[in-house]
Design a protein around this ligand. Structure first.
Ligand code: 5GP
Length: 191
């Protein structure tokens, strides 16, 4: 998506270690007008798929998920990152290894808000190694809901997540796909 690529080129900051900072418009300060365009694009890509629930993960996926949900006229459920060891039986749980923080944590969703009648679109800000997405997909499977696909704002295509998830037959639509990046060269997008 040209608009998002242009914005990343203009305001994204490439850090050592393969980290792209997009804090000025995406995951700290949020450009809501840009989010609205991302939401419209996800709606166009997933038109006619009868999505009735959007699933994301706290915190940085929530903004994009909410604006996308307005397009589909459906609610958003966000998986909570849990620190509690003993989790009650009324939630679905899975584990996620954080790319940015290097920790493993549990994610949980209440059984009240996800179930076999749901047709789910997963939304997240980044796809890197695919750990967050893998954890969310596990929750959807556990719930008996139908996974329609995933919508990602920025895919770092030089990391294995996208290929890993697509090879499992999951539809993944990313609005900006980064082929390579470094502090010296900046960001190069996939063609
Ligand atoms: P994955 O689980 O696919 O390895 O990473 C996805 C999660 O890690 C995203 O939800 C995002 O919060 C975070 N993340 C991964 N790479 C980056 C990055 O380059 N920049 C930022 N800001 N977050 C990232």
């Amino acid at each position: 998506m040209q608009l998002l690529e242009d914005r990343i080129r203009r305001d994204g900051i490439v850090r050592e270690g393969g980290i792209l900072k997009v804090d000025s418009f995406l995951n700290h300060q949020m450009d809501v007008a840009l989010f609205a365009e991302l939401g419209k694009e996800f709606a166009r890509l997933y038109e006619g798929t009868q999505i009735n629930k959007i699933l994301t993960i706290e915190a940085s996926g929530i903004g994009i998920a909410c604006i996308t949900a307005q397009q589909f006229g459906c609610p958003v459920v966000f998986a909570k990152k849990s620190k509690t060891k003993n989790i009650a039986g009324d939630v679905y749980t899975s584990k996620v290894e954080s790319f940015t923080h290097g920790k493993v944590y549990d994610i949980i969703v209440s059984k009240d808000f996800l179930g076999p009648r749901d047709r789910v679109l997963i939304i997240d800000d980044f796809l890197a190694n695919g750990a967050a997405l893998t954890g969310l997909i596990a929750l959807v499977k556990e719930s008996g809901a139908t996974l329609v696909g995933a919508g990602i704002a920025i895919e770092k295509a030089f990391q294995p997540g996208g290929e890993l998830i697509r090879s499992q037959g999951v539809r993944v639509e990313s609005l900006a796909r980064i082929a390579s990046m470094s502090p010296e060269t900046g960001v190069v997008f996939c063609k």
